[in-house]
Each structure stands twice: as structure tokens, then as C-alpha cells.
Design a protein around this ligand. Structure first.
Ligand code: CMC
Length: 430
């Protein structure tokens, strides 16, 4: 038997040779696509604990070693030397841009920031206190009703237009959602500003007076967006791929991804971390909350701790932790009690047997909220910030999925545990 096959023998002796595929790095995968035909069984892996859903060239994670690479470049190097716009080009196109390519890409994104004016009317239809994630997913889903020249996913040019639109317009939608929440007028984008400056301007400027750009905030947001830009087949990205696999237009696929991101086990964790820290309130209560997290009968979990893939440390958390120190120090807020509380909670959990045994470490979301808060971004906008960074990852994966000539609709199977056949009983006889 070839080394590149996995032999499976069923209890009745039927033998299958399942091909083993090798990636450029990382564990091999066993190809089970013929299994049902040959053995009459499905595999069972709820939550995808050991199942690869696709092959991909975009992002690599080694959870044991704490490695994260976009297109082969370690995230630490990109965080230090690159910008979110350059990283976006890298994720979308596969290689770092030349100076001219970067300039052209940057200008293209700057020129696509405005929303069709008709879409602005949507915002008046939402309740003033609507969660900005609800607005984001609804407005992005409705973009397919406005941008008909980028819906044909079989056309590479339309795919490019879609990619530029989604990247450029998401900050505008996000800022409009925030302005609705606080009852301020919507601020139009200013295309002489870079990506993060423009976002800050749309969030915090008002028409009545000039806005002074906060360069520290722009730098910190750029870093956070780089760190959130992609994370291989996470829940929201898999959702985008799955929705897109049916041939649904790309705006609907991204709207589906935004909805998946909202959950507290995924992107919603950054909001949940802040709420948890506020609930803990004082270092003297940490022990009580750590005990609650360890109690099997209590559903409470320490938000911002644990990760499906990272089992030693989350490399993004290490970088963000450093940035949190820098932001708080540079903004003159070294004494932010919530940050001190977070640092203490981290220390208690890292020394606790339960967390050590289960490999539970602070993840990317443990510190990002502290930075957002220091930048005066309200808690309800934290997951929206995550979505802005991840929008390029979703788009890169959607493009990869749609351009794959062997691609099929995603359609998992199941283990049926419901009633077997039974006959209908008329309502009067039940
Ligand atoms: N606090 C307390 N116990 C935990 C925690 C936690 N934060 N996370 C996992 N555990 C326990 C869990 O109870 C389970 O224990 P047992 O084996 O006794 O049943 C064990 O650790 C394994 O947990 P799991 O839920 O089976 O692991 P998973 O890989 O399915 O879940 C996770 C990963 C991130 C959803 C989970 O760790 C979690 O809920 N963390 C809190 C939410 C959070 O911070 N999410 C952000 C993830 S990073 C950003 C992103 O990718 O979106």
C-alpha cells in the first residue's frame, strides 16, 4: 500500500484505500470523499474537531506552536512592518504588492468609500438603539440590491469590484450605524484620509467643528485590523464559504459571515470580555468569577480565554497585549482600572490548574476591547471593529472558493436520531 493512502477496514472486511493529501506544511489530511460510496458510512465530527472543509492557500495556523501566517508571512512581521491595506492586498492577491500596485490598490479603496445615497435612508428605519452588528449585516446584505455590476461571481472583474466595494464601504456602514446610535449626523468619508483615519473621522467627527486626527488611535486600529484580517477556516469564514458555495451573491455571503461573527464564542467575545470585566468590577472578586468558570454546572466561561486551535498561546494576543500597554501609556491612561483588572485576571487564570490543564490562554479578544475602550469606541461597536478587519479575509476566502473549478455546494451529512417511519394520525384521533 502506498504511503499516501490510509487503509480502512470495516467490520465486515470491506477495505478502502483513502488517499492522503499533503499540504505545504501542517498535518496531512485523509480524503474521505469516496467513503460513503465504498463503505456506506459517513464520518461524524460535529464542530469540525478534526475535519478540513477545503484546501486553501491563504492562511496557516500552527496551534501548538502559536504560529499564524498570511500567505506565508508571519503575522508578527506584518504587524511590525506592514499596514492593513498592504495586508489586504496580500490576502486578496497572494503576494506583497510593489510600490505601484500598493498605491493603485490604496487609491481604489479610497475611491469606493461612499454608499449609494439611497442606502443612507435605511439607517432611519432602524430603531435608534439597534445593535450595530444587526445594522451591519442587514445593510451589507442589501448591498446586492444596489451594486448590480458586481454580482456575477463567474466574472473575475466583477469579483474584483465586489472585493474593493466591501473593503472600502464597510467602515462607512459601521460609522453610520454608530452615528445612528448616538443621534449624530452621518459623516461622509474623506478620501484624502487613509483607511483607519477615515474610519475615525466618520466615527468621531461632527459637522459643526473641525476634527483633530488621533494618530495613536489610527495606528492602534491599523494593527488590530492586521491581526484580525484572517484566521483560516474559522466559524464566520466557513459561513461565508458555505453561503457562497450555493452561488448566492457575495454580499449575501458576507452578510452571513457577519451574523456568524456576532456570537460570543466568536467575534462577540470582545464585547463579552468588557462586560465581564465590568461585572467583576474589582480584583477582590476575581476568585469568585474564576471559580464560576471552573464550575461544570455553571455555564459561565471566562470570556477571552481559550481557543479551538491555539493550545499554547494566541500570537495575536501577545502583540495586542503589548499594544494595549502602549496605547494606555501614550494616552496617559496607565491607571485604567479595567486594564489592571484584566492583567490580574490573566495572572490568576494562568496559574490555575484548571486553565493550565485545559490549555486555556488569553485569546485575541481578551485585550482588543481594552484598546477599543481606550480609543472611546463603545462596547457595542467592538465586534463591528472585528468585522472590518475580517472583511478582507472573508473576501479572500470567498474568491478562492468561487474560483476553484472543482468547487461544489457545501452540503454536510448527518447522523439521524429522530423517529423512524410512522403513520400520520388525524388530529381528532390524537
Ligand atoms: N472558561 C472556562 N472554561 C473553558 C473556557 C473558558 N473560556 N473555554 C473552554 N473551557 C473549557 C470547557 O468547559 C471544556 O471543558 P470540559 O473539557 O471539561 O468540557 C474545555 O475547556 C474545552 O472547551 P470547548 O468548548 O470544548 O473548546 P472549543 O474549542 O469548542 O471552544 C472557544 C473554543 C473559544 C469557543 C471556548 O474556549 C470559549 O468559549 N471561550 C470563551 C469565548 C471566547 O473568548 N471566544 C473568542 C475566541 S478567539 C476570537 C475568535 O476566533 O473569534
Amino acid at each position: 500500500m502506498s504511503q499516501d493512502a490510509f487503509r480502512l477496514i470495516s467490520p465486515d472486511g470491506t477495505e478502502s484505500e483513502l488517499p492522503v493529501h499533503k499540504g505545504t506544511t501542517g498535518p496531512d489530511v485523509i480524503d474521505i470523499s469516496r467513503l460513503y460510496r465504498e463503505q456506506g458510512v459517513f464520518t461524524y465530527d460535529p464542530g469540525f474537531m478534526a475535519t478540513g472543509s477545503c484546501s486553501s492557500d491563504i492562511t496557516y495556523i500552527d496551534g501548538e506552536e502559536g504560529v499564524l501566517m498570511y500567505r506565508g508571512y508571519p503575522v508578527e512581521q506584518l504587524a511590525k512592518h506592514s499596514s492593513f491595506i498592504e495586508v489586504s492586498y496580500l490576502l486578496l492577491h497572494g503576494d506583497l504588492p510593489t510600490a505601484e500596485q500598493l498605491e493603485e490598490f490604496d487609491q481604489t479603496i479610497r475611491r469606493h468609500t461612499m454608499l449609494n445615497e439611497g442606502m443612507l435612508k435605511f439607517f432611519n428605519g432602524f430603531r435608534y438603539d439597534a445593535h450595530p452588528m444587526a445594522i451591519l449585516s442587514a445593510v451589507v446584505g442589501s448591498m446586492s440590491a444596489y451594486y448590480h455590476d458586481s454580482l456575477d461571481s463567474s466574472n473575475p472583474e466583477e469579483r474584483d469590484i465586489f472585493a474593493h466595494r466591501i473593503l472600502a464601504k464597510l467602515p462607512t456602514v459601521a460609522a453610520a450605524a454608530y452615528k445612528l446610535n448616538i443621534g449624530q449626523p452621518f459623516m461622509y468619508p474623506q478620501n484624502d484620509l487613509n483607511y483607519t483615519e477615515n474610519l475615525l473621522h466618520m466615527l468621531f467627527a461632527v459637522p459643526a467643528e473641525p476634527y483633530e486626527m488621533d494618530e495613536i488611535a489610527a495606528e492602534a486600529l491599523d494593527l488590530l485590523f492586521i491581526l484580525h484580517a484572517d484566521h483560516e477556516q474559522n466559524c464566520s469564514t466557513s459561513t461565508v464559504r458555505m453561503a457562497g458555495s450555493s452561488g448566492a451573491n457575495p454580499y449575501s455571503a458576507i452578510a452571513a459571515g457577519i451574523s456568524a461573527l456576532w456570537g460570543p464564542a466568536h467575534g462577540g467575545a470582545n464585547e463579552a470580555v468588557l462586560e465581564m470585566l465590568q461585572e467583576i468590577g474589582h480584583p477582590k472578586h476575581i476568585g469568585k468569577f474564576v471559580d464560576k468558570a471552573k464550575d461544570r454546572d455553571d455555564p459561565f466561561r471566562l470570556m477571552g480565554f481559550g481557543h479551538r486551535v491555539y493550545k499554547n498561546f494566541d500570537p495575536r494576543a501577545t502583540i495586542i497585549r503589548e499594544m494595549a500597554h502602549k496605547v494606555l501609556a501614550r494616552l496617559g491612561r496607565q491607571d485604567t482600572p479595567l486594564f489592571d483588572l484584566a492583567l490580574e485576571l490573566e495572572q490568576v487564570a494562568l496559574k490555575d490548574e484548571y486553565f493550565i490543564e485545559k490549555n486555556l490562554y488569553p485569546n485575541v479578544d481578551f485585550y482588543s476591547g481594552i484598546i477599543y475602550r481606550a480609543l472611546n469606541i463603545p462596547t457595542s461597536m467592538f465586534t463591528v471593529m472585528f468585522a472590518l478587519g475580517r472583511s478582507v479575509g472573508w473576501t479572500a476566502h470567498w474568491r478562492e472558493m468561487i474560483a476553484d473549478p472543482t468547487g461544489r455546494i457545501s452540503r454536510p451529512r448527518q447522523l439521524y436520531t429522530g423517529p423512524t417511519q410512522r403513520d400520520y394520525v388525524a388530529v381528532a384521533d390524537r
